[in-house]
Design a protein around this ligand. Structure first.
Ligand code: NAD
Ligand code: MG
Length: 359
């Protein structure tokens, strides 16, 4: 088992990574402070892993909430179901909430824990690669509002994260690849050696080799944890995690949510950001090809959707919440392994990427 530490003063916590962690009663016991435990999960994950988790909790009063599966259920209404369960079972401020699932459940469970009686303890048990390398680390929790994604939320840190690589066995290939997009992103923004390691190990990751996965998850979480330790609430360096995301969000919105998984849209966005970085004179053409080649080998798309022209891209990118005063700001690459902070980009240059890359 790998044991990582997220350093956030009195909100610090461990991340455990490895095989068979879901069946380690000691790990639960070390982080649950009272007898009352609520497990929040969804109808896809429950039949796969709920019993495995519950088996470790026989000496606790355990309640469960099984929510419907999907981003469209990441809502205040579903959050209320969690509060209903906590209140009906008369759970106190000492209760512990366990979020068992992908990023949707992690974000909602974390936010429910942040709100219930102004904050109860919670454990993250991420079961998708994306959740293990990204959403379970860093304390962003929340739900969507009809007028905007992740618009209602809080920063709230868990007691610990249990990332069990065995849980990834049941994940479908597309979801695995979507997680790999964020893994590759860490190499690009701040860890050139990791990028090279990924070039050597991407096939093993796609084949779900356990040790290779555990290493990639560790290195990803370590990178994210370092960024979050430096900038918990995103006033500076945390923004570099958004490499490829402004393009990606435009693709997600412009093609209708659901056509592309988030990681897939980000993969294309990373390529567009790389192309723009080349036009800035920072990356070489060969760098851009290396980046696209790795994403492609991970099973990800790298070409922007034909139906989305430059004009529509610009419209969609202008409303991204990372912009200030209506001008488009982007994270670009100075080289593989180093990003800029958000920079305003010249519109003509951006148009040349939107019209030029992959067209
Ligand atoms: P998800 O939670 O919707 O999971 C993807 C699908 O996989 C779902 O159908 C889910 O039920 C299923 N699933 C989960 N675990 C499984 C398993 N082990 N085997 C089989 N199927 C399984 O999506 P996601 O990609 O994990 O997370 C996306 C969400 O995370 C978004 O809501 C996004 O906003 C959020 N997010 C948050 C942060 C953050 O910092 N908090 C960062 C990135 C993303
Ligand atoms: Mg992302």
């Amino acid at each position: 088992m790998i044991h990582l530490h997220v350093e956030l003063g009195n909100r610090s916590y461990p991340i455990y990574i490895g095989s068979q962690l879901l069946s380690r009663p000691d790990l639960y016991a070390a982080h649950i402070k009272s007898k009352q435990v609520l497990i929040v999960t969804n109808e896809t994950v429950a039949p796969l892993y709920l019993d495995r988790v519950r088996q470790n909790l026989t000496s606790y009063q355990v309640e469960t909430v099984v929510l419907p599966d999907g981003e469209q259920y990441k809502t205040l209404e579903m959050l209320n179901r969690v509060f209903d369960a906590l209140l009906s079972a008369r759970f106190s401020r000492n209760a512990t909430l366990i979020a068992l699932g992908g990023g949707v459940i992690g974000d909602m469970g974390g936010f429910a824990a942040a709100c219930y009686q102004r904050g109860i303890a919670f454990l993250q048990i991420p079961t998708t690669l994306l959740a293990q390398v990204d959403s379970s680390v860093g304390g962003k929790t929340g739900v969507n509002h009809p007028l905007g994604k992740n618009m209602i939320g809080a920063f709230y840190q868990p007691q610990c994260v249990l990332a069990d690589t065995d849980a990834l066995d049941t994940l479908d290939d597309r979801q695995l690849a979507a997680g790999l997009a964020e893994v590759i992103k860490y190499g690009l923004i701040r860890d050139a050696d990791f990028f090279v390691w990924l070039e050597h190990n991407i096939e093993a990751l796609c084949a779900r080799d356990k040790n290779t996965l555990a290493y990639a998850i560790e290195r990803s979480c370590r990178n994210k944890a370092e960024i979050v330790a430096e900038d918990e609430t995103e006033s500076g360096v945390r923004a570099t995690l958004n490499l490829g995301h402004t393009f990606g969000h435009a693709i997600e919105t412009g093609t209708g949510y659901g056509a592309y998984l988030h990681g897939e849209a980000v993969a294309i966005g990373i390529c567009q950001a790389a192309d723009l970085s080349m036009r800035k004179g920072w990356l070489t053409g060969q760098d851009v090809q290396r980046i696209a080649a790795l994403l492609l080998r991970a099973g990800l798309p790298v070409i922007p959707p034909a139906g989305l022209d430059a004009e529509r891209f610009l419209e969609l990118m202008a409303v991204d919440k990372k912009n200030l005063d209506g001008r488009i700001r982007l994270i670009l690459l100075e080289k593989i392994g180093r990003t800029t902070l958000p920079v305003y980009v010249d519109r003509t240059l951006l148009e040349s990427t939107l019209n030029g890359y992959g067209r």
